[in-house]
Structures are given as C-alpha cells and as structure tokens.
Design a protein around this ligand. Sequence first.
Ligand code: ATP
Ligand code: MG
Length: 356
Amino acid sequence: MSPHLKIAVFDGDGIGPEIMTPTLALLEQVTQGIATLDFTHLPAGAGHYRDHGDALPQSSLDAARASDAILLSAMGLPSVRYEDGTEITPQIDLRIALDLYAGVRPVRIVPGQPSPLKITEPVDFVLIRESTEGLFHTLGKGLVTEDYAEETLRITRATSHKLFAFAFRMAARRKALGKGPGRVTLVDKANVFRAFAYMRRLFDEAALGHPDIATDHAYVDAMALFMVTRPQAWDVMVTENMFGDILSDLGAGIMGGLGLAPSADIGDDNAVFQPCHGSAPDIAGQGIANPLAMILSGAMMLDWLAERHEMPALAAAGARLDAAVWQVVSTGTALTRDIGGTATTQDAANAVKSAL
Ligand code: ATP
Ligand code: MG
C-alpha cells in the first residue's frame, strides 16, 4: 500500500483553477503506485475576499499548516482590494505565517526554448531568495515623514544559518543528480553595505562545514549582467530578499516568460509550490493559460516531499514530470500563446501527458 500524503490545494483566482486542474491530474499519474496524494481544496484569495470578506480563512491556514505540502496556483484580482487599497496577497500571508524563509526559483533554458537570449548551451541554475527579512524587514512599517522616509535592511544569523544550510544541501543534491558541479554563489553588495559584509561572513562560516561544495561571491549589479551574458555559469545562487525579488524576475525574463517559471517557498515545517506568475485576469476563463510553470512547481513539490520522507521513487516521479515538461518546450509542440504558440491549456497538458 502506498503512503498517503496530504496536499493542501489553493486553486486561487483568475487562471488559477485552469492551470491547477491539469497539474493535479499529472501529479496523480506520475505518483501512481508510489504515493497517494490526498488533495484538499482550500478557499482563499481575492474572489473569496469579495464573496466572504476573508482572503485567507483561519480554517484554510490551519489545514495548510497541517498538510504535508501546499500547492498554490495564483491569487489576486485587480478589481478586488482591501479597504486601504492594498492588494490581496494571501500567498504572502502564508509565507509569513509558515515562516517560509527560502524562496527557490529554478532558471532553465533548453535548446529550442523561446528565450530572448541567443545562447546554444543549456542553462540550469537555482536562485534561492531569502524571503522573511532583508530589505522587506520593515514591510508595511517603514517610517515616512514629510521630509524623509526610511526602511531597514536586516540580516540575522539565525535565518542566514538556515538559509545557507538549505543552499548547501541543494547544491549537494544537484551534484549527486549530475545537475551541477556543486557550487554556491552568494549574491550581495558587501562592498558598500555593512549588513552584506556581515551576511558574507556568515556565508563563509557556513561554507567551512561543506568542503565538498565550492563557493564564491558576486555583487548583485554584476550578477544582473552575468545572468544575461553567461547564465550557463551558475549552479546555486543565494541572496537577500529584495535582490532575490528582482533577480527572480530577471530569471523568468531570460527563460522566455513567466509561463515557464516555477517556484517553491520552503520553511522548516512546510512549503508552498506555486508558479512565479500572477492570476493573469486578462486571459482568465479562455482556456489559453500556460500550465507549464504550475506543472513544474508540482514536480518540485514531489522532489521536496521525496527528500523529506526519504522516498527516492517519488523524486524519480518528480524528475519524470519535470523532464516531460522540458521535452514539450524543446520540441516546441503544444506551446501556449505566451511562449509563441497557439495551443490551449489542455493541449499543453496533453502534450506533457504524452511525453510521460
Ligand atoms: P502579480 O502581481 O500577481 O504578480 P502581475 O500583475 O505581475 O501579477 P500576471 O498575472 O503574472 O501579472 O500577468 C502578467 C502578464 O503575463 C499578463 O499579461 C498575463 O496574461 C501573462 N501571464 C501570466 N501568467 C501566464 C500564464 N500562465 N499563461 C499565459 N500568460 C500568462
Ligand atoms: Mg508580478
């Protein structure tokens, strides 16, 4: 009998349900005989706020907390806002409530992919963005007077310690899988800010415990250039919250669009897997959304669950799903409009199913 895993599912707003449905079907397909995924659909999002006055009900948060992993499509609608005018972002509330400190953004380019970069070698690196402190520390609490405004950059030993341990584990895992040479690059601005010099010191301390993994440092401005001029050169990158926010959009940009960019937000006790893109209300309901970033996020979930529960067969299932998506991209079959094709969401999902 295969083990049961409790998966909390947030179908979200806009194109959310359209990309979630085929993803769940593919996850069920690849895990058959390995694990039983018990999906629980939980209400949250801008639509739920509009209809019920609550963007992230406590019961949904509790159920998500009690799950083995969380899948989220996209949340938010331009027409629905909180009374103070701010956007409805339960996905960020989840990150804070569950202390998901490591934002993982894989960046890949395969031959044939509609990337704006003219490169022939494949690109495969992972950006890890610290997601709870850094320049977001004073988020919503920054000081604003008539004469000046101030926000704080905060780097802590405790979070950095966990973040770097995670980055080194990922580099070791990628090395074992033949995906990378085993290297972690800290992206900072240690030449100008003392907080980043401190972060660099903590990083170098962490590196001492991982002699099998190479390390180096890069300034964030230089890295923005390198991601465009030599994106093949990187394995695992780790950086502060705001730098990671910006570099992850750059990463999605060189991949040829948000429709191919998956992500994971990982903590000690749980993790949320979701595409980098938003709810795309402009194309919602038309059946033309690209499901690939959502499917890749699902594959990342299987890999994370596999490591956590020591289930190598589940990691293999995740790798198969991941490979099937990249095969669809590289052969150019069933590409949706956002990446230069004419396929529907269902066509793209069917192509992944065939590739499996
Ligand atoms: P958020 O603030 O939630 O990040 P956003 O305003 O950045 O949202 P998205 O919802 O990500 O915007 O959409 C940006 C553009 O990309 C839109 O034109 C949208 O249609 C397109 N887009 C985003 N995701 C997809 C997808 N999966 N498939 C096709 N097009 C997409
Ligand atoms: Mg956005």
